[in-house]
Design a protein around this ligand. Structure first.
Ligand SMILES: CC(=O)N[C@H]1[C@@H](OP(=O)(O)OP(=O)(O)OC[C@H]2O[C@@H](n3ccc(=O)[nH]c3=O)[C@H](O)[C@@H]2O)O[C@H](CO)[C@@H](O)[C@@H]1O
Ligand SMILES: C=C(OP(=O)(O)O)C(=O)O
Length: 415
């Protein structure tokens, strides 16, 4: 199995461009099912999750061509509404197919989705939204079947602003009869990107980015062309890499407003941030501990909690991180402890006593962002580290080792 071998204590410097966001691409790929014809997506990252979604769409009957960072998706031959279990299990985003398949065929059969093992990840809010729109949902033997003679616009009130449930509800509602209103909707930028794509297809969606989304159902949607929004989580990871290595990095092709909660914390920690139209520069300074609570957007993103924890592990003083989104997202802590970090986890809180240096060790990536966090820790640590289970990292960071090498890091992929 592949691993990363990292020699730490190299200050990173230079410019890095981030590509399209995994978490925007996946629902948009699913949304192409809502029409019949050729949609073109640009800046699609080369990631294993994207390949898994491609495999599912192809299995449903789509024809897909990849041209560099563009995906040409022809949905005119899609005929199936059922997704086999082994593909559903590959990633969380497979659940996004329920909304569009129901919208298109009025019928869908899927098993429970996989994704990062970061605590229980129920789909009750997804199902509730589909039921509100008129679907009859049956769960048995690990499969979920939904059917709707007609989908009818409805008021959907979420108990929690779930990103995936908001996206699924939007995709099911765009072709429902009448008006739908989603309240307490998630406000993540990826939802705005999905709205933009759906509207290019001829949908009538407004309000994404706020907690109330209004959708006027239409009878037909058309193929569309779209440039995927930049990946704010990758951008945040590179900024943290700059801070943890005492470096000077500029991250290009990013909307600074997507990262305010992160750059604000980095400044509080002691880094100097300069944000321009589409780039952010970070120059590291003396690092000091801060407290962080993960929250739905525009709060601090849970997907950057693990990388930030690595940074706080070498910041002066005590920091407290409270993870409010997922129940079990501190799996990197045991691995960071092997590298000399001093961290105590109590329930959803991690108490971090900063050490002046971590030391290289053999560690294993327990999930995607935790894997990213271990790479960052290794970049700062004294000596050589090996990070195993790189396949988790490849789900969401494209050629992370090559990107870090371009900034001067000493990291290689090895068998
Ligand atoms: C592919 C993708 O875009 N993944 C992102 C998406 O995941 P995902 O869409 O799965 O995250 P959600 O916002 O739905 O989940 C947030 C919380 O809501 C709970 N919940 C969710 C749905 C539901 O039906 N019932 C329920 O209780 C979850 O267990 C979790 O505790 O948003 C998360 C939160 O920003 C990110 O960490 C993931 O990277
Ligand atoms: C948790 C993540 O992904 P997923 O929801 O696809 O598991 C992530 O991108 O950090």
């Amino acid at each position: 199995m592949e691993k990363f071998v990292v020699t730490g204590e190299v200050q990173l410097a230079g410019k890095i461009r981030v590509g399209g966001a995994k978490n925007a691409t996946l629902p948009i790929m699913a949304a192409t099912l809502l029409c019949s014809g050729v949609s073109i997506l640009h800046d699609v990252p080369h990631l294993s999750d994207i390949r898994a979604m491609q495999e599912i769409l192809e299995l449903l009957g789509a024809k897909i061509k990849q041209d560099g960072y563009s995906l040409i998706i022809d949905t005119s031959t899609v005929s199936k509404q059922e997704i086999p279990e082994h593909l559903m299990r590959e990633m969380r985003a497979s659940v996004f197919l329920m909304g569009p398949l129901l919208g298109k065929f009025r019928k869908v059969r899927v098993s429970y989705p996989g994704g990062c093992a970061i605590g229980p990840r129920p789909i009750d809010l997804h199902i509730k939204a589909l039921e509100k729109l008129g679907a009859k949902v049956k769960e048995s033997y690990g499969y979920i079947e939904a059917e709707a003679g007609v989908l009818t616009g409805a008021e959907i009130q979420f108990d929690f602003p779930s990103v995936g449930a908001t996206e699924n509800a939007m995709m099911a509602a765009v072709m429902a009869k009448g008006t739908s209103i989603i309240r307490n909707a998630a406000r993540e930028p990826e939802i705005v990107d999905l709205q933009d794509f759906l509207n290019k297809m001829g949908a009538k969606v407004a309000g994404a980015g706020t907690d109330t989304i209004k959708i006027e159902g239409v009878t037909k949607l058309f193929p569309a062309e779209h440039i995927i929004m930049p990946d704010r989580i990758q951008a945040g990871t590179f900024l943290i890499a700059g801070a943890i290595t005492q470096g000077d990095i500029t991250v290009d092709n990013i909307s600074p407003e997507h990262l305010f909660s992160v750059t604000d914390k980095l400044e509080e920690i002691g880094a100097q941030i300069t944000a321009r139209n589409d780039n952010i520069r970070i120059r590291a300074g003396d690092l000091r501990g801060v407290d962080i609570k993960t929250l739905p957007f525009p709060g601090f993103p849970t997907d950057l909690q693990a990388p930030m924890l690595s940074l706080l592990a070498v910041a002066k003083g005590t920091s407290i991180i409270t993870e409010t989104i997922f129940e079990n997202r501190f799996k990197h802590v045991d691995e960071l402890t092997r590298m000399g970090a001093k961290i105590k986890v109590e329930g959803r809180t991690a108490i971090i006593r900063g050490v002046s240096k971590m030391t290289g060790a053999v560690v294993a990536a327990p999930d995607l962002r935790a894997g990213g966090a271990l790479v960052l820790a290794a970049l700062a640590a004294q000596g050589v580290s090996e990070i195993e289970q790189v396949y988790h990292i490849d789900r969401g960071y494209e050629h992370l080792e090559l990107k870090l090498q371009s900034l001067g890091a000493c990291i290689i992929r090895s068998d």
